[in-house]
Design a protein around this ligand. Sequence first.
Ligand SMILES: Cc1ncc(COP(=O)(O)O)c(C=O)c1O
Length: 377
Amino acid sequence: MSRFPTDLPSPCFVLEQAALRRNLAVLARVQREAGVKIILALKGFAMHAAFPEVRRVLPGCTASSPYELRLAHEEFGGEVHAYAPVYPERDFPAYARHCTHLTFNSLAQCDRFRDRAPGVSLGLRVNPQYSPVETDLYNPCVPGSRLGIRAELLGDRLPPGVEGLHVHNLCESAADATARTLLAIEEHFGRFLPALRWLNLGGGHLMTRAGYDLDGLIAALRTFRQRHPHLDIILEPGSAVAWDTGVLVATVEDVVESGGIHTAILDASFATHMPDCLEMPYRPNVEGAWEPDGRGWECRLGGCSCLAGDFVAGYAFAQPLRPGDRVVFRDMMHYTMVKTNTFNGIPLPAIGILGEDGGFQLVQTPDYHRDYRNRLS
Ligand SMILES: Cc1ncc(COP(=O)(O)O)c(C=O)c1O
């Protein structure tokens, strides 16, 4: 029997409260045992209906754009950190008003704005020249990267007023990558650490993934803190907060066959509802399906947009899919909801929460005027 109500709208993102609580318990342990602060990176997960739950454990958010800044300030509260590759002149006053911590991506931006954010703790994003990320699209340390200042540009002294350094070089990474990052920071920026107040280690620490070496992460952070006891250490994951905390439920509307290949066409779309699947690309896990191995019924799952590439291949099911069947995509909370769009005029999915007690709460439904018409003129 499905754990979702039979009248669930389709498509629908469903956050599973029990899974979110499990992740938050892990983050609470890391904060407690490593003596660090963990804040939520809104770019990865910004479902504000869940903020009351998240806020019980995490003291704030990090924003990278004007809308994230506003969401952090108005909906989450607590500490508001900001880092953006650039602060346009028109946006800076809002950052200065609402941030507790603000990180510049270049010395020029720091020079331009540092006297215009009184009471805000200022930092610089630096490039540690180490990243374990093999996909260039997600690697902030690729040669020529526009993200972060390289050590040789800094000379011997940081600009006046700078109290922190920010590093982001990981993506779905393991604990040993954080340990190596800490060594790279000491190697390239160690001369600045004694005079600073905080160090932000960015996101990409996937501490809620099964098998992640939590003890290793905690040990690396504690050892680093022993060497630099005056520093506040901040981590700002997005993925780790929402990892495997919910699904996208869709419905099969048709099954077509072409040259021996079956495609189950859904009322959802990879291009509009799960664009990271095409961007990365990756094959999302589907409940009750497996990678073709000669058993079962093989198919592609196809989106409802007209984009030829709006499908993901490589699924096998025990029975052929039929119109009306539900397809449940797993792990659809981080970097999925935040990237949805209405290309092709396709409505956004509804959003709901499956409570720990099994109760379901619908928190958002698509709206033609708000989501589509009014954005276009
Ligand atoms: C500056 C910064 N901080 C934090 C994050 C969050 O990373 P993740 O969701 O992988 O933990 C990102 C992701 O791109 C980022 O660019």
